[in-house]
Design a binder for this molecule. Structure first.
Ligand code: AHR
Ligand code: AHR
Length: 491
């Protein structure tokens, strides 16, 4: 099978926000307890952080970390999670029907963010929470005055303000599964008051409105009320199927949601004459369709890794629209890192996540691709209404370059289950040196999975020796290719 890829260095789409390689952790199953945090484990440091997990997490270069939920946050009272650990209340946890020890709270979260170099992003409780509680949380984190909550932080051993800049106004408040579910207008009016109060505590914070997916009336009603107060509108997406082509096709729903949300944002900004930026925070996204209970310990195969790489290509192709994206989640719960008390393994999806964050450059380039296409078989009841998305190309591509346009990194996902694709790659105004570095993620077949002590899906390094302004490269069946090209020294 053949394909053509054309890249014109003048066709810049914009700067990719580093936050699109972000993550999310929730008090759910073994994400926090037994995942990133395990007191008393020989693998943990004096803070209770699992050091093996820390190392694997650092490999992902997490730029921003969302916490503490998810559904969990809609019943969470943050004051339960501060102060001496022995005095923290152990509570019933009604989002996931569990028990919450509260031994990991705000101070531990900030400490974790510092340990991995991530910007903290806190979602407040607009389910059972109050306006006072939301404002007090901002004060606890950022307050600089001689006031109660700022002093409480100092008393707990943190004299300097944390400067938490990103705050979410509730989680999935539209859903019947949400504690404190609300109608759109009811949510938006409550969130508006929370926003006002939180901003009065610290005017410098950035707020995120709770959207759905850009395709529901919810998003319009919420944006009409909250647009003046927010810097991001949050949407979520989970996809997945045992059928490989459906698993891949569903991911393209994210492109439709990005376009719809962006159009809505533009419309509301225009009608209200708003000049400030409002961008999309895709603050939960992933393949998730297998494990609905038992801690959501989804095991990922190679097909899922190709789906995750496709998501990352989509975010990279929409640099103006998407200002943040957070993979749900980081450890154990629908996650790239999977632990036991004795160790961990990296799931298939770990590898594209790691490679994209490591090798993407700041500028996104508009790529033209001619590739044969596929049409997945859709269940007529499919809630994603996928038909309009198809046919889809086997090759899914994004490209980035540095500011000076002297290096290009290509990201190519060959979603074909069986066939290699021989592609002609053609540049306009870019002449790469013949030698280029390639990182490839693949495995024996689409169902290949990783496990403790057996990683069937990993990264292979390869060298291109004949790169040029026009050259051909064969992308193996069911693989992800990251190719780094550079021009020679300026003459
Ligand atoms: O990430 C798992 C759950 O999915 C989150 O708690 C919730 O926000 C979403 O429904
Ligand atoms: O509250 C003012 C400043 O805003 C704080 O000093 C800083 O931490 C925050 O970002």
């Amino acid at each position: 099978m053949s394909a053509r890829i054309k890249i014109d260095m003048d066709r810049r789409l914009g700067r990719i926000d580093p936050f699109v390689y972000g993550y999310f952790i929730e008090h759910l199953g073994r994400c926090i307890y037994g995942g990133i945090y395990e007191e008393g484990s020989p693998l943990s440091d004096e803070r209770g952080f699992r050091t093996d997990v820390l190392e694997a997490v650092r490999g992902l270069r997490v730029p921003i970390l969302r916490w503490p939920g998810g559904n969990f946050v809609s019943g969470y009272h943050w004051m339960d999670g501060i102060g001496p650990k022995e005095q923290r209340p152990r509570r019933m946890e009604l989002a996931w029907l569990a028990e919450e020890s509260n031994r990991f709270g705000t101070d531990e979260f900030i400490e974790y963010c510092r340990a991995i170099g991530a910007e903290p992003y806190i979602c407040v409780n607009l389910g059972t929470g109050t306006l006072d509680e939301a404002a007090a949380w901002v004060e606890y984190c950022n307050g600089t005055g001689d006031t109660y909550y700022a002093n409480l932080r100092r008393q707990n051993g943190h004299p300097e303000p944390y400067g938490v800049k990103y705050w979410g106004l509730g989680n999935e408040m539209y859903g019947p599964w949400q504690i404190g579910q609300k109608e759109a207008r009811e949510y938006a009016l409550f969130a508006r008051e929370a926003a006002k109060l939180m901003k009065r505590v610290d005017l410098s914070i950035k707020l995120v409105s709770c959207g759905w997916d850009g395709l529901h009336d919810w998003d319009r009603i919420v944006l009409e009320i909250l647009a003046p107060y927010v810097d991001y509108h949050s949407i979520h997406i989970y996809t997945g199927s045992d059928d490989h082509y459906l698993n891949i096709a569903q991911v393209h729903q994210a492109e439709r949601c990005i376009r719809a949300t962006w159009a809505l944002i533009q419309e509301v900004k225009y009608k209200q004459r708003l000049g400030h930026d409002i961008r999309i925070a895709y603050d939960e996204w992933n393949v998730w369709f297998r494990e609905r209970t038992d801690g959501l310990e989804e095991r990922y195969n190679l097909s899922d890794a190709l789906a995750v790489a496709t998501y990352l290509n989509i975010f990279q192709r929409h640099p103006r629209e998407v200002g943040m994206a957070n993979l749900a989640q980081l450890v154990n719960v629908i996650a790239p890192i999977f632990t036991s008390p004795e160790g961990l393994f990296r799931q298939t999806i770990y590898w594209p996540l790691r490679l994209y964050a490591a090798h993407a450059q700041p500028i996104s380039l508009d790529v033209w691709v001619a590739s044969e296409t596929f049409t997945a078989e859709i269940d007529p009841e499919d809630r994603h209404f996928l038909a309009p998305l198809m046919p889809l190309p086997y090759l899914d591509v994004s490209a980035t370059c540095d500011e000076a346009g002297r290096t290009v990194t290509l990201f190519v996902v060959n979603r074909h289950a069986a066939d290699d694709v021989e592609a002609t790659i053609q540049f306009t105004d870019f002449k790469p040196m013949p030698a280029a570095q390639v990182y490839e993620v693949s495995g024996p077949d689409l169902n290949a999975v990783n496990d403790f002590g057996s990683e069937q899906v990993g990264v292979t390094e390869k060298q291109v020796t004949d790169a040029a302004a026009i050259f051909t490269y064969t992308f193996p069946a069911h693989s992800i290719t990251v190719m780094k090209l550079a021009t020679g020294p300026a003459s």
